[in-house]
Design a protein around this ligand. Sequence first.
Ligand SMILES: Nc1nc2c(ncn2[C@@H]2O[C@H](COP(=O)(O)OP(=O)(O)OP(=O)(O)O)[C@@H](O)[C@H]2O)c(=O)[nH]1
Length: 280
Amino acid sequence: MDIIMENTPEMECVDQGEALHSDSAYGSSAVDTDTEDCLTPFEITFPYNEDLMHKTIMVGDSGVGKTSLLVQYDQGKFIPGSFSATVGIGFTNKVVTVDNAKVKLQIWDTAGQERFRSVTHAYYRDAQGNLCSIKTLPGCVCCRMLRTRGCVRLSAFLSSALLLLYDITSKSSFDNIRAWLTEIHEYAQKDVVIMLLGNKTDMAGERVIKREEGEKLAKEYGVPFMETSAKTGVNVELAFLAVAKELKHRAAQQPNEPKFQIHDYIASEKQKSGCCGGYM
Ligand SMILES: Nc1nc2c(ncn2[C@@H]2O[C@H](COP(=O)(O)OP(=O)(O)OP(=O)(O)O)[C@@H](O)[C@H]2O)c(=O)[nH]1
């Protein structure tokens, strides 16, 4: 990855004339040259760069099923009671095809136990650095991976994700979601894609958190929501696909391309499958 080392004052925010040259690899783009501020996200257009690695972190209380969900997604299997509590942190690389583009997810399984929390915090913070090697300026970045010149706002392409899980049979894991969200807002980058997942839907007889409660909480925080089962695989693939689509759309913008609406996407996929549970 390229690292831009220089920090010349004129690079701070945007030298608009430099922002996108017609001789750049991807041609010119409509840029408001009167704007003094950084380019706002999506004022420029750029293709998706398949070299990007999107960090996706699984968080939630111990025992909600983070490891099981990842294993189900990665290997398509569930081994009941097979996992001891995760110690520390580990990752799995996955490639998801979205609109013919390869979206690379690096999915981190974290330990839900309180005593490992400081480790998890460090990974929230690190998530943004993984996308491209950047020279950060106040509120802006310069990034050659996007093949643009000049700076764009950080939020234009800093796309990483957090999957926040609770267990529908555990009230405490649900009650702790607010604390998790507070923590996420404190430690994670602002534009992280967050999805709330109510896991273990196969355990219907032991359910203590209604689907509607999950939906309501997700709505309150403006995050997409679905219910999953790491055991049966229900919605597991869809959860990661929806995240990959959102990440891709945040990291690239084609002319005339409508903004991807993750909530609508989840709802429509839900309708298609005619399945049960729990989308916003
Ligand atoms: N029935 C059922 N059991 C599940 C499901 N997901 C996980 N489990 C079980 O719940 C227990 C905890 O699952 P883990 O995947 O280890 O949970 P975790 O969130 O990774 O836990 P920590 O590593 O401690 O943070 C295990 O016994 C799993 O087999 C599910 O969807 N359905």
